[in-house]
Design a protein around this ligand. Structure first.
Ligand code: NAD
Length: 498
């Protein structure tokens, strides 16, 4: 059993005094221990990042980009190995893990454009012989705090762009699956990143709170559940930091009567049950417009669920792996009882599935509820498991109102062949990411990722152009070079451009 320590100042640091277990969710067995940093360990990582900052800030963006290009190549060459680590600790099927690494690499590709992204804005002759420009300067030391469900991709949403912008970084990954982040950091060092520019401290809420209150941290990027996101946002901003905190979700898919049921079913199977429903963009509610639409969809989903293969993620035949922990398995199972008590129809009960027996890991089959109503807890709360709720609505307008009334506003999609309906949906739905016949509308790397309402605390989204703004501070310089012999009188009127 190896040990997941920290990555500080370019080297692995072991810490044996405070540790937690890391479990393979497919077997339920402890596979390693992870260090739990306290304030002293966090302080060491922050000092390393602070010391590295001036040198890194002063590197030309093109030099930073060259290291990022090497990093991208190393990530591509090691994608399989990183994905295997993700499957081992998280449980998701290998292809899904490989997909997550690929999406992370796309962010590194975007960050390779640092010279273009940072070139600023220039305006000539804003006044008589006066030019001005805005430049985007790094903030200093940025902390990133990430969730268990994308142990490679979400860290890669953050540090490549922060570092491309000239910041140094301290990453605190999820203590449930810490190894992928350590590998990402080791590869960046191998690519030529100077020591201290990227540090990884492992730990739990104690390490997070140490980062949030540390005076030497300038900004915090957080991704995780809404209660913790709110805590991070409030504590971080109260300590003078710039904070973006992405939270939980309950993503709806509207299915209109004209949608192709087969296409919608195929899309919803992956979106609801892929990664065991442990995705912040997972579809957990299907809103069917009209009873006929609902009957058709429930029937086809039921058939398809019967074919779903549940088992260890390392077996390429499986579609769905285990949940992350025994406690989370119990939580998701408890929602099946809650839904039944609330009066929803449990059409498919995931507790009865063909797969590894209970005790052989944290497995649960796919579940399908019909006749779910907006007052039910299974509708209101984020379950974060393989549970899809079908809600029936009378009209497209009623379906959109339902989404708009929900506390979360991460993503939503619509299945239809009607362009006018699709346009109404994208115009009026209150979410940050909308899909038309696209079930998981995760924005490409050239856009930015984030939700509305209680799915995001802060103003700027993750990665893409918003991340460049989040990780930099605008400075606007106004410059005039008067002629050597100019004789001028003082102006007492407020200067204008004209
Ligand atoms: P989590 O909130 O439990 O943990 C996230 C991070 O916060 C971890 O690093 C953890 O160590 C730390 N943490 C946990 N409790 C804390 C506390 N009380 N104080 C300070 N820090 C604490 O989330 P999770 O279970 O790891 O991940 C699943 C959640 O993340 C889901 O709610 C999911 O929707 C959300 N998520 C959101 C997005 C998004 O982009 N909006 C993306 C991925 C995951």
């Amino acid at each position: 059993m190896n040990h997941a320590g920290h990555h500080i100042d370019g080297a692995v640091r072991h810490q044996a005094d405070r540790t937690a277990e890391v479990t393979d969710p497919a077997t339920g067995r402890v596979i390693r221990r992870v260090a739990l940093a306290g304030a002293a360990d966090v302080g060491q990582a922050v000092r390393s990042a602070r010391a590295a900052f001036p040198g890194w800030r002063d590197q030309p963006p093109a030099k930073r980009a060259r290291i990022l290009f090497r990093y991208k190549e190393l990530l591509e060459n090691n994608a399989g190995q990183i994905a295997r680590t993700v499957t081992e600790e998280h449980g998701k099927v290998f292809d899904d893990a490989l997909g997550e690494v690929g999406r992370g690499i796309e962010i590194v590709e975007y960050a390779c454009g640092a010279p273009e992204l940072l070139k600023g804005e220039h305006a000539r002759n804003v006044g008589p012989a006066i030019d001005s420009w805005s430049e985007f300067q790094p903030l200093g030391v940025v902390a990133g705090i990430t969730p268990f469900n994308f142990p490679a991709m979400v860290p890669l949403w953050m540090f490549p762009i922060a570092i491309a912008c000239g910041n140094t970084f301290v990453l605190k990954p999820s203590e449930k699956d810490p190894s992928a982040a350590l590998r990402l950091a080791a590869l960046f060092t191998e690519a030529g990143l100077p020591d201290g520019v990227l540090n990884v401290v492992n730990g739990n809420h104690e390490a997070v709170d140490a980062l949030l209150t540390c005076p030497d941290i300038d900004a915090v990027s957080f991704v995780g559940s809404t209660p913790v996101a709110e805590h991070v946002y409030r504590t971080g901003t109260a300590h003078g930091k710039r904070v973006q905190a992405l939270g939980g979700a309950k993503n709806h898919a509207i299915v209109l009567p004209d949608a192709d049921t087969g296409i919608a079913t195929t899309a919803l199977m992956g979106a609801a049950y892929g990664s065991c429903g442990e995705r912040c963009m997972a579809i957990s509610v299907a809103v069917c417009v009209g009873d006929d639409t609902a009957e058709r969809l429930v029937a086809t989903l039921t058939d398809r669920i019967a074919d779903l293969k549940v088992g260890p993620g390392r077996d390429p035949d499986n579609d769905m792996g285990p949940l992350i922990t025994a406690a989370h398995l119990q939580k998701v199972r408890s929602y099946l009882d809650i839904g039944v008590q609330e009066g929803a129809a449990l059409v498919v009960d995931g507790r009865r599935f063909n797969g590894p027996a209970a005790g052989d890991g944290f497995f649960l089959g796919a579940s399908l509820f019909d006749h779910v109503t907006p007052d039910m807890r299974i509708y209101r709360e984020e379950i974060f498991g393989p549970v899809l709720c079908v809600v029936r609505a009378d009209s497209l307008q009623a379906a959109v109102e339902l989404i708009n009334a929900h506390e979360y506003g991460n993503g939503a999609c619509i299945f239809t062949r009607d362009g006018e309906a699709a346009r109404y949906f994208t115009d009026t739905v209150k979410v940050g990411m909308a899909g038309v016949n696209v079930p998981l509308p995760v924005p490409a790397a050239v856009h930015s990722f984030g939700g509305w309402k209680r799915s995001l605390f802060g103003d700027l989204y993750a990665y893409g152009p918003d991340a460049v703004r989040f990780y930099t501070r605008r400075k606007t310089i106004t410059q005039r070079w008067p002629a050597r012999d100019a004789r001028e009188t003082s102006q007492f009127a407020f200067p204008s451009g004209a």
